[in-house]
Design a binder for this molecule. Structure first.
Ligand SMILES: Cc1cc2nc3c(=O)[nH]c(=O)nc-3n(C[C@H](O)[C@H](O)[C@H](O)COP(=O)(O)OP(=O)(O)OC[C@H]3O[C@@H](n4cnc5c(N)ncnc54)[C@H](O)[C@@H]3O)c2cc1C
Length: 689
């Protein structure tokens, strides 16, 4: 570890985390900077149509000659992506369908990124069965896929005698769950390894096997490697119906695109989907439209009025009806508040209002409605097996085959993210003693990239008091709870806020089994925390269930477990330069995002991988462009605009406007993307209360 206690290793800076441990930049050549000519790389280099790659899908298809797939996976979160990769170890045709504009836009992007060891899950539960085995798979997975994994270990802190007893209980639970190397540290020994934790700490449960990663980078790596090994991925496909057939299933997927793209580039007449209207908004609009039509008819019959004047009345009524309809269509069930964020300097981006809980269940900030999308086609897909990995939407997918054995009851988890300079304050993932109902509690952790992450809350969406919390209530709750773990963090260093929705379900445990309605339909459903940690082990189990039911076990001899990283570790500003657009023409030198030192080459690398990307948020998740302390401030280096330029060029778009922009406010509780001094001061005050 660095000797300065205020320095913390940050992935990609003078080295990288590989397989759980640190590798210095000098040694990254063999361990991290691997080159892995994937099928898609080859396609891109040699393909004359590089600039007209198919949109919203992988370049290859994996459909069989008879037009069917062996397995369709619904949902491209960490669970669906892990299952897809596991299946590509066999000779199969696999299709992954994701409703959002990218993989990993559901719960997988909005979580703490902890690879839990699994000591607190109820012994005998499905969670406990898969968490520890999953945890043990991550080091090897990262050696192969280079998403970045740090085995930092976790500590549960006890400050009272009662809490000290809880540590014994957790230790015993851990033993029952097969978790190894757990140890209780007493008194001073806690501060030797965690100098900045609450000075009133009397003991801590240490689990050295816990780790952390950036969850979306993990899921992207899994999905990308699955695609490299032949799985087909289609994004912007919302599964809307499933019919059982003699040979398996017919899946209906609605393909959507952002309106702007659909109209100017898709070349098709976009069909606006039927909105889910409720009477309160549809009726007044319909009344105005009807009155308008009747009025127009009346005027037309009067000699003093021309046809044009009557048509004018009808048109005005229609416009008014549309306004009434839209204004009363404010999305229900907002994450909190009215959803409108104050923007003194409005960031370029889609949305403008908070992503609703319903949207979070299907696509989140990458959903059709959050991206002003329209359905441009309906696809009918035949397959033998279906895996339901639809997270928050998994109850709806299950109900499509008549299996309504569970419902999803979302529980929101809000976070605040602090600047990288705060990362030195937590070496381990720091938990309070767990709450018997609300779970692991609000934690403090240094992310792989050196930011300090605070959260999450646990707000059940069916509880009014939780949903009535104001933004400030939420922020105050997080900051005060975290001050109890690490008193010294600086609340002025908050740079970002986000919310994830746990797919809690009515059975109280994960559902990993064949459906009782149809054994060719495998549930990997309702997977809340620690589903990220469990996901690789869940994938192995799902493949076992499929094979038990007749899926071919013939091995894919060409399976390549390796994937090159997208990022290149940097040594300060050595070899890279920031400047005005167009000044530096070598992509390896030209810096696109100054805060995170992302080069144009890294953006191009991401775009040429096997998964489709057409938005700045897709690039943000893969390269970190826009993730830094300025959060893509247009008045700083305007990295989002620079990224959009590269996407437009690489994807062959005529106009930069066709590139999807990062939505705002998405799920953030912050008043605006770029906080003003007074707003930062307010966070400091909230932390004191
Ligand atoms: C606040 C919070 C903190 C957490 N912390 C941790 C942690 O530290 N460690 C840990 O191990 N776990 C953690 N978890 C749990 C973890 O995030 C989840 O278990 C995991 O992400 C679930 O993955 P998934 O693939 O099942 O679901 P998701 O990531 O939600 O993926 C499901 C996908 O299905 C898609 N979908 C839904 N309906 C349809 C449809 N009709 N058609 C097509 N696609 C559809 C969605 O768009 C979504 O992308 C946390 C969760 C939350 C919310």
């Amino acid at each position: 570890m660095p000797t300065n206690p205020k320095k913390v290793r940050q992935h990609g800076i003078k080295g990288a985390y590989v397989g759980g441990g640190w590798v210095d930049i000098e040694d990254c050549g063999d361990r991290f900077n691997i080159t892995n000519p994937t099928p898609s790389d080859k396609t891109c280099d040699s393909c004359p149509n590089q600039t007209t790659c198919p949109r919203s899908r992988t370049r290859h298809v994996s459909v069989k000659d008879d037009g069917t797939y062996d397995v369709v996976i619904v949902g491209g979160g960490c669970v669906g992506a892990s299952i897809a990769r596991e299946l590509t170890k066999y000779n199969l045709s696999i299709l992954l369908l994701e409703s959002a504009d990218d993989v990993t836009q559901g719960a997988t992007k909005g979580n703490s990124g902890i690879v839990h060891a699994g000591f607190d899950d109820k012994p005998g539960s499905v969670r406990a069965k898969y968490c520890w085995p999953g945890n043990q798979m991550f080091a090897q997975l990262d050696e192969e896929l280079h998403f970045g994994y740090q085995k930092n270990g976790s500590l549960v802190l006890a400050k009272t005698k009662e809490e000290r007893k809880v540590l014994d209980d957790l230790m015993e639970r851990g033993r029952k769950n097969g978790v190894q190397r757990l140890k209780i540290l007493e008194g001073k020994s806690v501060f030797e390894i965690e100098p900045f934790c609450n000075p009133n700490t009397i003991a801590a449960l240490h689990s050295p096997d816990a780790g952390n990663l950036i969850p979306y980078e993990f899921a992207i790596a899994m999905a990308e490697n699955a695609a490299d090994n032949g799985a087909e991925v289609r994004i912007r496909r919302t599964v809307s119906a499933i019919e059982a057939t003699d040979a398996g299933f017919e899946v209906t997927a609605d393909h959507w695109e952002p309106k702007s793209y659909a109209k100017t580039m898709h070349g098709s007449e976009a069909t606006v989907p039927e909105p889910e209207v409720n009477d309160s908004k549809a009726v007044p609009a319909a009344v105005i439209a009807a009155l308008g039509a009747a009025g127009a008819g009346f005027l037309k019959s009067q000699p003093q009025f021309t046809d044009e004047m009557a048509m004018g009345v009808a048109a005005a009524a229609l416009v008014l009806a549309l306004i009434v309809f839209l204004s009363s269509s404010a999305k229900p069930n907002r994450v909190q508040g009215e959803g409108k964020a104050k923007d003194s300097r409005k960031p370029v981006g889609t949305g403008g209002s908070r992503v609703s809980v319903d949207e979070m269940m299907v696509g989140g900030s990458g959903s059709m409605s959050a991206n002003d999308g329209v359905v441009v086609g309906t696809e009918k897909i035949k397959c033998r097996f279906i895996v339901n990995a639809a997270g928050g939407g998994s109850d709806k997918i299950s109900a499509m085959i008549g299996d309504d054995s569970f419902t999803i009851k979302p529980r929101l988890g809000d976070y605040l993210l602090l600047n990288r300079e705060q990362g030195y304050l937590a070496k381990h993932t720091l938990f309070p003693c767990p709450d018997p109902v609300l779970g692991k509690g609000v934690l403090v952790q240094t992310t792989l990239w050196g930011n300090l992450i605070l959260g999450p809350t646990a707000r059940d969406t069916y509880l009014k008091d939780k949903m009535d919390m104001t933004d400030e209530d939420v922020q105050k709750f997080i900051l005060s709870k975290c001050k109890d773990l690490v008193p010294d963090f600086d609340s002025k260093q908050v740079i970002h806020g986000f919310v994830g929705a746990r797919a809690k379900n009515s059975t109280g445990d994960w559902i990993i089994e064949e459906s009782k309605v149809n054994s060719n339909f495998i549930q990997a459903a309702g997977i809340d925390s620690p589903g990220l940690a469990g996901s690789p082990a869940i994938a192995v189990e799902v493949v076992r269930l499929l094979q038990k039911n007749g899926l071919s076990k013939a091995k894919n001899k060409n399976f390549n477990p390796n994937r090159a990283p997208i990022i290149t570790p940097k040594d300060g500003w050595k070899g890279i330069k920031a400047g005005p657009v167009g000044k530096f023409t070598d992509p390896k030198v030209n810096v696109i995002c100054k805060c995170e030192k992302v080069t144009e080459h890294e953006v191009i690398t991401a775009l040429r991988r096997s998964l489709p990307i057409d938005s700045t948020q897709g690039i943000r998740k893969r390269t970190r462009a826009g993730m830094g302390h300025c959060q893509g401030d247009a008045e700083n280096y305007n990295c989002e605009c620079r990224v959009a330029d590269v996407i437009a060029r690489e994807n062959g778009y005529g106009k930069k406007e066709e590139v999807g922009r990062r939505p705002w406010p998405a799920t953030s509780t912050l008043p605006q993307r770029w906080l003003e001094e007074s707003e930062k001061e307010n966070l400091v005050e909230l932390a004191k209360k």
